[in-house]
Design a protein around this ligand. Sequence first.
Ligand SMILES: NC(=O)c1ccc[n+]([C@@H]2O[C@H](COP(=O)([O-])OP(=O)(O)OC[C@H]3O[C@@H](n4cnc5c(N)ncnc54)[C@H](OP(=O)(O)O)[C@@H]3O)[C@@H](O)[C@H]2O)c1
Length: 184
Amino acid sequence: MAKVILDMSMSLDGFISAPNDEDGGLHNWYFSPSSVSAAVIAELIDSTGAIMMGRRAYNLGDQFDGYVDNPYKVPHIVLTHHPPEKIAKGETAFVFVTDGVQSAVEQAKRAAGEKNVVIGGGANTARQCLNAGVVDEIQIHLIPVLFNRGLRLFDDINSQAIGLEKVRVIEVPNVTHLHFKVIQ
Ligand SMILES: NC(=O)c1ccc[n+]([C@@H]2O[C@H](COP(=O)([O-])OP(=O)(O)OC[C@H]3O[C@@H](n4cnc5c(N)ncnc54)[C@H](OP(=O)(O)O)[C@@H]3O)[C@@H](O)[C@H]2O)c1
């Protein structure tokens, strides 16, 4: 049965992007990985059966031709109010979902089969998934930097606390890979 895993890179002070959608080096660990981080990436690619994302994250990927050499050869489920007329370059299969987060998760789970659904961003989509109670696990790639400004991941979460059990910590100098189970 597919698990739903929120997987994002975050600054130590909780931002997933710097102002104006700049990545501020949050993804350096991914694009120039150490051997330890390369194993984390390989595990993620291997275990992912579908990716869920919001329209802004999709647009930013499209803008930088981010789907052209996409290692995730799985359906990408995109939450949007208005599906694009022209699909991003590359071989990635996109499904544009206009009837809400629950429907998107259900479609992603069906597409993922026995593998996991990974929520890859952005913050708006991640929050909706957390608030809908559909997230089973959270993997945060924590970067040792303070942004002070930008887009926060965990703002506007419903008032009820979300309990987490830490199940894995992998440390390298430029990133700490943190993995939690949601135990609400
Ligand atoms: N650090 C990381 O790991 C990471 C990963 C990915 C992205 N990011 C960053 O995250 C930022 C983008 O995130 P974001 O929070 O601004 O936006 P987002 O979650 O990527 O997308 C939000 C958009 O998706 C559509 N949408 C969301 N929920 C919907 C629903 N229930 N029904 C229909 N459409 C829905 C809406 O777009 P429309 O109304 O236009 O359709 C909404 O404006 C960027 O700065 C990006 O760089 C960071």
